[in-house]
Design a protein around this ligand. Sequence first.
Ligand SMILES: Cc1cc2nc3c(=O)[nH]c(=O)nc-3n(C[C@H](O)[C@H](O)[C@H](O)COP(=O)(O)O)c2cc1C
Length: 233
Amino acid sequence: MTGTRTEDTTRVVDGVLRARRSLRAFRPDPVPRALLEDILDVASSAPSNSNTQPWRVHVLAGAAKDAIGDALVAAFRDNSLPPSPHFPEPLPEEHAQRQRDFGATYYRTLGIDIADMASRMRQTEKNFHFFGAPVGLIFTIDRRLAPHSWLDLGLLVQNVMIAATARGLGTCPQVSFARFHPVLAQHLAMTEHEVTVCGMSLGYPEAEAAVNRMAMPRRAPRDFANFEGFMAP
Ligand SMILES: Cc1cc2nc3c(=O)[nH]c(=O)nc-3n(C[C@H](O)[C@H](O)[C@H](O)COP(=O)(O)O)c2cc1C
């Protein structure tokens, strides 16, 4: 495969990349363990700095997933854990604007008034039961590593989503779990060095659900890429 490029390969790979989107409504059909192992196996082809492969994945289903979901919802309602600093406060305006645009689209699609905080909280809570997906994944990394190793984990996470999409499955990456690392660490008997980076819902998509039909816009390459040394187009 290395060094070859056929139109078919391009079409298939581009098609899967563009087909992936964050899905938040799932059918209850179980996902076999062998299929999950297959997805993780191909996803582990992700590159990593000096091939350190610094990822660890907890794969949850059935009663284990439900028990963790209940514990996370309880912790979310209890609100005693400090907020997770996954965005700076304040978020620089350029990024904040896109965050607001996402929120507006998300809550409009769900029929939730953006000012209705109680309904928004109920929707946020759905993260912790993996939006009803039959499988939940929790991605952790060794906290002694530096930020660049989190990039390695991100590449694995994207590979998992792409491999799942290619098999007719849907996913939603979720940073919401990070705040609840202490709860997850206890339930999953994590080592003292592990820290939760994100979670992921995974299952067969509920194709008709409006929330699964959102197509979030992207910036064009001319808006985020800087080309130097090319002839004028
Ligand atoms: C690192 C990361 C964390 C995210 N966390 C959440 C989350 O906690 N809950 C959620 O519903 N979506 C979450 N998302 C999904 C984003 O909202 C989504 O990727 C973005 O709006 C673009 O939409 P798309 O994935 O459908 O293309 C997350 C995505 C990423 C990459």
